[in-house]
Write a protein that binds this ligand. Structure first.
Ligand code: BG6
Length: 493
């Protein structure tokens, strides 16, 4: 048997894509609350003020805020051992820079954790998942400003003290490496002075006007790397702080799993693949696991005139806050090449070149289970730390039948392939300890804000406009995943 009995089977969501309850119980607006609904072809847009007739997907989402008991019950029925969720910073510190936390926000997450505990489900908590109090973005320019480190640490201190005994596993930032990717300055790092059109290259399928779109999404690299540096320092300091509050706490990094292959066997393509992987993926892992900036990033900074400001004690801080385990998201892979190549593909956060051996999802993301085995081996070879895959899944427009059933064989196929790949990787020697497929219950998509891009094993009756009964229904994949968990990954039929 590949999977151990204590393997963490579960699912994942985040606050801004699930909770809704905008401005309720003291919550104020976060950066993502200012982003409109987009689509495969239309990027989400930023609006300075919240307009009445515009749809902002995070304001309603799936109303987890009022449905969490029912949802957790369904997770328990599926047999979840772990549930990845995030805390919305603006429920705890609505502006981000006040001195006292919002009691109602603290109470809400306490109830969620208690509910999980009732069913023996371990929470895996992301402290910051693509939302920053809008006030910190507008007044301070988000993570570009070093002051955010202190605001974040105050927020963390509140969480670590408040939820001692209820939470053990923490992730400091979601997909921290995305902060330096084109198009993500505002979305990932709350940099108000760089509000790109569209949040990331992942939104657009990449078939039309790609060059123009890429130009529009060019962000400010210096600001982004400076912001990322502050986030890395904040993460390390938070880990040191947390360990001081509870020595049982376990901390993980969470990196967007961007895995690219060389399109050809030209050694130049190989070198390009390596440098892309280093700069886009391994950079943050190296800092968070090993505690220092790697040489290839220093070279990249030198050659691209990126002179970020470091404080005297930053190096020490980074060394003093290395993670206990490694986590990443994995949806798809792409290719890179030094040769002219027209066939582009969409993917999570970045564009790539099409791989002729792979099929794509409805949203144009390439499906590659073998790549997961390959990637897991690579990551484990490098870090030798326990690994969790904290996001993986297929976004598809499901159909609710008249008898309330939902037949999603494509999702079962996708998950079966990836779970098989995980089992192979474990056989290869990888210390994989958990799997939390993304959007285990349907939530709004991050890149487009659409509700119809569904990942869940539980269907939520809501549409892109945030309308519907919000009733929950079990998809075929619900029963299938329940069986997988019951058999500890043995029965994938
Ligand atoms: C990851 C994010 O990048 O991809 C999630 O951490 C996001 O927040 C997920 O939802 C899938 O992307 P999308 O755009 O299909 O929701």
């Amino acid at each position: 048997m590949s999977f151990s009995k204590d393997f963490f089977w579960g699912g994942a969501t985040c606050a801004n894509q699930s909770e809704g309850a905008f401005m309720e119980d003291g919550k104020l607006d976060s950066t993502i609350d200012h982003l409109t609904l987009g689509s495969r072809t239309e990027p989400r847009l930023f609006t300075e003020t919240i307009e009445k007739d515009i749809i902002y997907p995070s304001h309603t989402a799936i109303d987890f805020y009022h449905h969490y008991k029912e949802d957790i019950k369904l997770f328990a029925e599926m047999g979840f051992k772990i549930f990845r969720m995030s805390i919305n910073w603006t429920r705890i510190y609505p502006h981000g820079d006040e001195l006292k936390p919002n009691q109602k926000g603290l109470d809400f997450y306490r109830s969620v954790f208690e509910e999980l505990k009732k069913y023996g489900i371990e929470p895996l908590v992301t402290i910051s998942h693509y939302e920053l109090p809008f006030h910190l973005s507008k007044e301070y320019d988000g993570w570009y400003n070093r002051k955010c480190v202190d605001f974040y640490l105050k927020y963390c201190e509140t969480l670590f003290s408040e939820y001692k005994g209820l939470v053990k596993y923490w992730l400091t930032f979601n997909e921290i490496n995305s902060a330096a990717i084109d198009g993500n300055a505002y979305f990932s790092a709350g940099i108000y002075s760089v509000r790109e059109k569209g949040m990331s290259a992942g939104i657009i399928p990449g078939e039309e006007d790609l060059d123009q779109l890429k130009k529009e999404m060019q962000s400010d690299k210096l600001k982004q790397y400076q912001a990322l540096h502050h986030m890395l320092v904040a993460s390390a300091k938070a880990i040191a702080l947390g360990r001081g509050i509870d020595s049982n706490y376990q901390f993980g990094c969470m990196i967007a799993g961007i895995c690219q292959y060389p399109l050809t066997c030209d050694p130049k393509d190989m070198l390009l693949t390596q440098s892309e992987r280093q700069n886009v993926f391994y950079f943050c892992g190296d800092v968070q696991v090993r505690g220092a900036y790697p040489g290839y990033v220093k070279r990249y900074f030198r050659e691209h005139d990126i002179a970020i400001e470091l404080d005297a004690d930053d190096e020490k801080a980074l060394k003093g806050g290395c993670v206990d385990f490694f986590t990443f998201s994995y949806y798809s892979t792409g290719c890179v090449s030094t040769h002219d190549q027209e066939d582009k593909t969409a993917g999570n956060l970045i564009f790539g070149i099409k791989n002729p051996y792979l099929k794509t999802s409805q949203w144009g993301w390439q499906i590659d289970p073998d790549g997961l085995r390959y990637f897991l081996n690579e990551i484990y070879d490098r870090y030798q730390l326990p690994i969790m895959i904290v996001e993986n899944g297929l976004g598809q427009d499901d159909k609710l039948e008249e008898d309330n059933s939902i037949h999603d064989p494509y999702r079962i196929d996708y998950m079966r392939g990836h779970i098989k790949a995980m089992s192979e990787a474990i056989e290869d020697g990888v210390d994989l300890i958990g799997y939390t497929p993304w959007g285990c219950i349907d939530i709004v998509a991050a890149s487009t804000g659409e509700m119809k891009k569904r990942y869940g094993m539980i269907y939520v009756d809501a549409n892109d406009e945030g309308k519907g009964t919000f009733n929950r229904y079990k998809k075929d994949s619900f029963y299938w995943y329940k069986k997988v968990i019951e058999s500890c990954g043995e029965d994938l039929s």
